[in-house]
Design a binder for this molecule. Structure first.
Ligand code: UGA
Length: 443
């Protein structure tokens, strides 16, 4: 099957590569010529385990190709996937300019009937807007072709994107058209197990499903963070509470890990966008607003714990920071809790000595060269000469630690652990002060 993907960002590249890998002919289009040249050479702009070799392999077979030519892209695929970004507007709503620009391109160049597939995370009603935009463009050319738009939201997690694409919990397709259903079945047919998970529904329900899923997951996290903050004040250990409630299958163990707040390119933006959508239809989404504000507060807690440990004075201190990315197995620092912490530390006059297995380059790109940001070559270098250690991301290599060694390195025996990686008793037995999230007296 011939498939065009607009956008070679995270979603577009993973989708295009996975579809080529099962035998489809895929053409990915991007307006960024430099990116396309790099991709053609098998160089990928993001860190995602397994993706680079998969791109190289499929470029080698000729099934995965890239272009900057819109006419070629539109002519190529029966299915035209839109997988461009929907960054938040100033008011928190999703900015549809890139999605609508693709719709315009399709309307400008199409010479036969097309099916458009919305993969970008877009507010309810966007499929209608895309259709209207294409039709407007067709009318301006005096052309008449049949266009159908369906919604096929993605549920990929960064760091596990290929696995999520090939073994996802479901494929949602929003359409009432039999022709579109047939084509989408054909598209996903090579994934035998996924086929059973293909769920057809109305376009608007599909669009809302995406937001509802992310908002629900974000709610679970904010809920647990709220309980963690309570546990701290009540002298209870939230990790015991987590196990206690997770054992109820109605609650479950997934996504109830308290921490230093959720980050990334999806949860913060999607919760905000759904709240905004609610406002547009005169509904005040109180729970969503609370989920967001609990998260914003949670991102500040690491700094408060550190400030408390240093009696409110962090000026001139050097803080070792392990983990910059918003979660492990990615170099993505969008809305990462590490950023809130670093910025607060700098405001307080402290120096950050940071290490992350993947996100060092990204950190430099975001903050540039500055005297109060030292990027260390490894976790050991990061604590050398530091006053205290903070952990923001639960990378595997941080999970085991020689606490006696750590104590000998730090001027103040303080660990602030935003991911509850260690056994408080063991850390404290080594003579360290351990401030985790929601674990007894770790305020
Ligand atoms: C999220 C969803 O999990 C995907 O299903 C969805 O497709 C994707 O957004 C998207 O909309 O594109 P992602 O942002 O890659 O995926 O990362 P997650 O693994 O969900 O983690 C998000 C944040 O929540 C991280 O900062 C993580 O540390 C935090 N988190 C997660 C917790 O604090 N506690 C948990 O129990 C789980």
């Amino acid at each position: 099957m011939k498939i065009t993907i607009f956008g070679t960002g995270y979603v577009g590249l993973v989708t295009g590569t996975c579809l080529a890998d099962v035998g489809h002919d895929v053409l990915c289009m991007d307006v960024d010529a430099e990116k396309i040249t790099r991709l053609e050479a098998g160089e990928i702009p993001i860190y995602e385990p397994g993706l680079e070799s998969m791109v190289k392999h499929n470029v080698g077979t000729g099934r995965l190709r890239f272009t900057t030519d819109p006419a070629e892209a539109v002519a190529f695929g029966v299915l035209q996937f839109i997988a461009v970004g929907t960054p938040p507007d100033e008011d928190g709503s999703a900015d549809l300019q890139y999605v609508l620009a693709v719709a315009d391109t399709i309307g400008e160049h199409m010479q036969e009937d097309k099916v458009i597939v919305d993969k970008s995370t877009v507010p309810v009603g966007t499929a209608d807007k895309v259709l209207a935009q294409v039709q407007k463009r067709l009318a301006s050319r005096g052309a008449e072709f049949d266009v159908e738009v369906c919604s096929n939201p993605e549920f990929l997690k960064e760091g596990a994107a290929i696995e999520d694409f090939t073994h996802g919990a479901r494929i949602i397709v929003g359409t009432n058209s039999e022709r579109v259903k047939r084509l989408m079945r054909e598209c996903y047919a090579p994934y035998i197990r996924l086929q059973e998970k293909l769920m057809f529904m109305d376009v608007r329900a599909a669009e809302l499903t995406k937001y509802a899923a992310n908002a629900m997951l974000a709610t679970k996290i904010s809920f647990m963070n709220e309980i963690a903050n309570l546990a701290e004040r009540l002298g209870a250990d939230v990790e015991q509470v987590r196990r206690g409630i997770g054992s109820d299958p109605r609650i479950g163990y997934h996504f109830i890990y308290p921490g230093c707040g959720y980050g990334g390119s999806c949860f913060p933006k999607d919760v905000q966008a759904l709240e905004r959508t609610a406002r547009d239809v005169d509904y005040q989404a109180e729970l969503l607003a609370a989920v967001e504000s609990v998260n914003n507060r949670q991102k500040q807690t690491l700094f408060s714990k550190l400030a408390n440990a240093f009696d409110g004075d962090l000026k001139g201190r050097t803080i070792a920071l392990w983990g910059l990315s918003f979660k492990p197995n990615t170099d993505d620092m969008r809305d990462a809790p590490s950023r809130t912490l670093m910025e607060a530390l700098w405001d307080a006059g402290a120096t950050v000595q940071a290490y992350d297995p993947e996100a060092m380059k990204e950190c430099r790109r975001l903050y540039g060269e500055r005297d109060d940001l030292l990027l260390a070559g490894d976790r050991v270098q990061a604590v050398k000469g530091a006053d205290a250690l903070v952990i923001c991301t639960e990378w595997k290599e941080f999970r085991s630690l020689d606490f006696a060694w750590l104590k000998s390195q730090l001027s103040m025996p303080v660990i602030v652990d935003g991911r509850n990686l260690y056994d408080p008793e063991i850390v404290r037995d080594a003579g360290l002060m351990y401030y985790a999230v929601g674990r007894g007296d770790s305020l």
